[in-house]
Design a binder for this molecule. Structure first.
Ligand code: PEP
Ligand code: MG
Length: 601
């Protein structure tokens, strides 16, 4: 449908203003807007308090932190059942209230600069923002939002600014807010609020995570929605495409009423079928697994029908701490995941840190080109003690569950041999001590650097499995920074060069008798499923919420239909030619997948 963008301002005609943001949680909502009023905590004055008032000011700050703690504890205590699985996010906020950079940093600023608490807190948050903005992982950038939400709560307690109490909103509305903290999101009355939109926030923000788990449609990152929308405006929100339509016209309303029905029917069907095996009509079975970054996500993996963890990104424990994590800390978290998932496999990827992602306790040198720098396995081979600590923790946890180990960013055979040598040193040291561990652990590598794809026949002899990381493979093959929006249009999973590489890696793995999986974003997009099936990919690993739709796609095609397709696809010269073939052959199945991202034009 052409939604048009009718900016005709006549009285009779609808304005039909379309805003584009980021799809936070799928689903469609049509309803009246309710603008959430916020006490403006951005405007903070600076004043000097004089030496004699420093102690009292520190006490005032501590009181505000205590009151914030009480407020959060009350929210957690009164959390309705449907929000329980998100309680960990609020627990993390409680901890952030005592975060050293925020809590101690503010107290030190008050004491040293003799300034008011509000200004000292503002400065501390700016400092944290600076530290976080240097991190390239969108996930960690989003964690900055958590710090901002927590400090806003303290600031409101310091200034006495009030905010709309979300839990009081009892009309069937779409909330429009500059920002919603996870705590506020959990106060939304599910049966009342149809959806929400915010100026700030991204797909991996905790607010979006909660919205997705509660299945409330949400569009985030709209930048100026609170300036463009007033309470009472009729809105359509499309959480899949990240669209909001203000004052929609008849055509848009009819289209979205139909889409809403289709989406709801699809969701109900997916929920019923997400635990069915991922098997094509003609009986070809693939394993659909999940990518996670934190232990807490394991519940969501099981809920969405994940058959294991295909990629556990282990950086989080290193980036969030003031010093390096100990072997015991790492062991505890790996064990927890392995035990919950057992007997399903858990693939632990060793540290992919470096470049511009550095944790505390890790020295960093200046690099002009961090993405091509001392990252992942290169960093670990240079810092064998840090590496060995992680390997020992993985080996120990592997005695208690079905754990596999995976090395990231391998670019040569020598690197695999060197990594395996350190792994065997770690085994020897555990053996000497008599510490229980699993010495028969499966070893795999990520194929995400073009040289590894080219050498995949040689690398396959060294390991038990491959996992293709298309996020980096595309970045390094097409020479585009994956985080740079100016070249985002060149980021094409269906680029013929990428498909040739992926196909040859699968073939090389299979001729060496090892399994091949894919864990880049390419795996979670249903339209790419027929191609991945035709290549006989053994496992697809993705964010947990995409699992049901990918399983659904797998169950709706047959391998015998996909197989001839790959021959045609591999002859094509451009990504667009491949899109056309996919659309012609599987358009009907794509139509069926309501939350399926459209193929690129
Ligand atoms: C990839 O590169 O495709 C991948 C899955 O790893 P990451 O996104 O963590 O770099
Ligand atoms: Mg990668």
């Amino acid at each position: 449908m052409d939604l048009g963008n009718n900016n005709n301002m006549s009285h009779e005609k609808s304005k039909n203003i379309i805003l584009k943001g980021i799809g936070g949680a799928p689903g469609i909502a049509i309803g009246k807007a309710y603008l959430v009023e916020r006490g403006n905590v951005d405007i903070v004055d600076k004043y000097y308090i004089g030496k004699e008032w420093v102690q009292a000011e520190v006490e005032r700050f501590k009181d505000a932190v205590n009151n914030s703690t009480k407020e959060l504890l009350k929210i957690i205590e009164e959390l309705p059942e449907e929000y329980r699985e998100n309680a960990y996010i609020l627990d993390a906020h409680l901890m952030l209230l005592k975060d050293k950079m925020i809590h101690q940093g503010t107290i030190e600023r008050i004491e040293q600069e003799q300034i008011n608490s509000e200004w000292a807190l503002k400065k501390s948050v700016e400092h944290v923002k600076e530290v976080f903005s240097k991190m390239s992982t969108p996930y960690l950038k989003e964690r900055l939002n958590d710090i901002v939400h927590v400090s806003e709560r303290i600031l409101r307690n310091l200034t006495g600014h009030s905010t709309d109490d979300i839990s009081d909103i009892n009309k069937r509305v779409i909330l429009v807010a500059h920002d919603l903290s996870p705590a506020e999101t959990t106060q939304i009355q599910l049966e009342r609020v149809k959806g929400f939109i915010t100026d700030l926030g991204g797909r991996t923000s905790h607010t979006a995570i909660i919205a997705r788990s509660l299945e409330i449609p949400a569009v985030l990152g709209l930048e100026r929605a609170t300036h463009q929308i007033t309470t009472g405006d009729l809105l359509i929100i499309d959480g899949m495409r990240g669209l909001v339509i203000i004052d929609p016209n008849e055509e848009a309303l009819t289209y979205y009423h139909n889409e809403k029905g289709r989406f709801e029917a699809y969701e109900a069907m997916v929920a019923r079928s997400s635990h069915l095996p991922a098997e094509t009509i003609d009986g070809y079975r693939v394993r659909v697994m999940a990518n996670i970054e934190m232990v807490e996500e394991v519940v969501s993996v099981l809920d969405h029908g994940g058959e294991g963890i295909g990629l556990y990104r282990t950086e989080y424990l290193y980036l969030n701490k003031k010093s390096l994590p100990t072997e015991q800390e790492l062991f505890e978290s790996y064990r927890e995941i392995a035990e919950i998932m057992n007997p399903r496999p858990v693939t632990i990827r060793t540290l992919d840190i470096g470049g511009d992602k550095f944790g505390n306790g890790i020295e960093r040198g200046h690099e002009v080109n961090p993405a091509l720098g001392l990252r992942a396995i290169r960093f670990c081979l240079k810092e064998p003690e840090i590496f060995k600590t992680q390997l020992r923790a993985i080996l120990r946890a592997a005695a208690l569950g079905n754990i596999r180990i995976m090395f990231p960013m391998i670019s040569s055979v020598e690197e695999v041999i060197a990594a395996k040598q350190i792994l065997s040193d770690a085994c020897e040291s555990l053996d000497r001590e008599g510490t229980p561990f699993n010495k028969d652990i499966d070893i795999g590598i990520m194929v995400e650097v073009p040289s590894a794809a080219v050498l995949s026949d040689l690398l396959a002899r060294e390991v038990d499995f491959f996992s293709i990381g298309t996020n980096d493979l595309i970045q390094y093959s097409i020479a585009i920074d994956r985080g740079n929006e100016h070249v985002a249009h060149l980021y094409q999973p269906l680029h013929p060069a990428i498909l040739r590489m992926v196909k040859s890696v699968v073939a090389a793995g299979h001729s060496a008798g090892i399994k091949v999986s894919i864990c880049g974003e390419m795996a979670c997009s249903p339209p790419y499923v027929p191609i991945l099936l035709a290549m006989e990919m053994d496992e697809l690993s993705m964010n947990p919420i995409s699992i049901p739709q990918v399983k659904k796609m797998i169950r709706s095609v047959s391998l015998s239909d996909c197989k001839p397709l790959i021959k045609e696809v591999m002859k094509q010269r451009t990504a667009q030619d491949i899109v056309n073939i996919l659309q012609d052959t599987f358009g009907e199945q794509f139509q069926d997948i309501a939350s399926c991202e459209p193929l690129p034009d």
